[in-house]
Design a protein around this ligand. Structure first.
Ligand code: DOR
Ligand code: ZN
Ligand code: ZN
Length: 417
């Protein structure tokens, strides 16, 4: 595949125009002008054959090419809860949302808390997922620290507060063992549990990933802790905590906009945006947590879908001047890749996989229930319009989404450095 005249984000909102040649799924060359003749020289095919075979996309110096989004926090519900979502429908939703790699959470049925359950998920994803994937292993209250895999997982996920699925870990001894045996721990921790997670990481752990930080108080704890902590602390925020607040939970949204952590005050939302721009926040993860509308309306059910919304919302933030495009790329691609040690993804770089998204910052998008691909069939942002349309999503050098259409594909499991 040859992508011509792509705007590539440099610093702030600056860009360079480049040509990118992708061969065997990986970026082979990035220069200011790639001639098809040069490609012909590198092969034994005739020029006619090359032109016929080579997919050429010309972005005419108008559209941006950004690295594929890496969403380190999704709940794909497969196996066991596949009436809400499965690895096929969830990965299609990712392709539409510009997410070329997702990392799935362990609160499925069965929970991903032993090597057999982990292998079952890997086998399912290898045939069902259109985009690339990885998995978090789950820590249990009965202490499974002895069977935490040393490789092939992104982290050990620990629920330190009650949420969907019965995975709460409370006992100090068990927490200690999980931190001791994990290369990295990701936590669902709210309020004082944030402080506790940081303390355990510092005493027994290696690296800590704080999922969905949602208020100013937690941000202040993180800032203070980082000044003296010797172990790494990473911070994630969700798009819904950036774009919605507690005042949105009214009328028809009363039952829909419930999730853990809950939506916060406008004051907290402002603090989150500040933290995005001052470096306190490292990543944007969706916490894609699909439930059917009927389930949401019947009784309080925590979680909302996210993978189709996150990049459009963040691109709209770029168009409104709330963040720069280079910051978006850092939070949504580069940092998740670095933090979880994902091999050769997260940047547009020679030797890296051809995981790419074409976006048109001047084009309007609309988020709607009726175009939702997630099996849950709804979006908390129904009717939201903004600027920054996803045109094309490319996974390992193959187009999987183009102008509102999905093209079937099989993604790969990510590798770790
Ligand atoms: O709202 C949430 N939903 N928060 C979580 O921590 C889990 C998630 C889910 O799996 O439904
Ligand atoms: Zn959580
Ligand atoms: Zn979650």
């Amino acid at each position: 595949m040859l992508i011509k005249n792509a705007r590539i984000s440099t610093i702030d909102n600056e860009y360079e125009i480049k040509d990118i040649y992708i061969k065997d799924g990986k970026i082979a060359e990035i220069t200011s002008d790639i001639d098809t003749l040069d490609i012909i020289k590198g092969t034994f095919l005739s020029s006619d054959e090359i032109i016929k075979k080579l997919e050429i996309i010309d972005l005419k110096g108008e559209k941006y090419l950004i690295p594929g989004i890496i969403d380190a926090h999704v709940h794909m519900r497969d196996p066991g809860l596949t009436h809400k979502e499965d690895l096929y429908t969830g990965s299609r939703a990712c392709a539409k949302g510009g997410i070329t790699t997702f990392i799935d959470m362990p609160n499925t049925v069965p929970t991903t808390t032993n090597p057999r359950a982990l292998q079952e998920k890997k086998d399912l994803a290898s045939v069902k997922s259109l985009v690339n994937y990885g998995f978090h292993f789950g820590g249990t209250s009965t202490d499974n620290s002895d069977i935490i895999p040393g490789e092939g997982i992104a982290s050990t996920k620990v629920f330190m507060n009650i949420s969907t699925g019965k995975m709460l870990v409370e006992k100090d001894e068990v927490l200690k063992n999980i931190f001791l045996k994990s290369k990295m721990v990701s936590v669902h921790a709210e309020g004082e549990m944030v402080e506790k997670a940081i303390t355990y990481n510092e005493k027994y752990g290696k690296k800590l990933y704080l999922c969905h930080i949602s208020n100013k108080k937690e941000l202040d704890i993180i800032r203070k802790s980082r000044l003296k902590a010797e172990k790494k602390i990473y911070t994630e925020v969700t798009p819904h905590h950036l774009f919605l607040n507690e005042n949105d939970i009214k009328g028809k949204n009363e039952m829909l906009l419930r999730m853990k952590p809950e939506l916060k005050t406008t004051h907290d939302v402002e603090a989150l945006w500040e933290a995005v721009n001052d470096g306190t926040i490292d990543t944007i993860g969706t916490d894609h947590a699909p439930h059917l509308l009927s389930e949401k309306l019947e009784k309080v059910t925590f979680g909302i879908p996210g993978v189709e919304n996150s990049l459009p919302l963040m691109l709209d933030a770029v168009s409104k001047g709330k963040i720069t495009l280079s910051k978006l790329i850092q939070l949504m691609s580069k940092n998740p890749s670095k933090i979880f040690g994902i091999k050769d993804r997260g940047e547009i770089k020679e030797g890296y996989y051809g995981d790419l998204v074409v976006v048109d910052l001047n084009k309007k998008f609309i988020l709607e229930n009726k175009t939702t691909l997630s099996k849950c069939g709804w979006t908390p942002f129904d009717g939201y319009t903004g600027y920054g349309k996803i045109e094309t999503t490319i996974v390992n050098g193959k187009i999987v989404y183009n102008k509102n259409q999905i093209i079937e594909n099989t993604g790969s499991e990510i590798e770790y450095e």
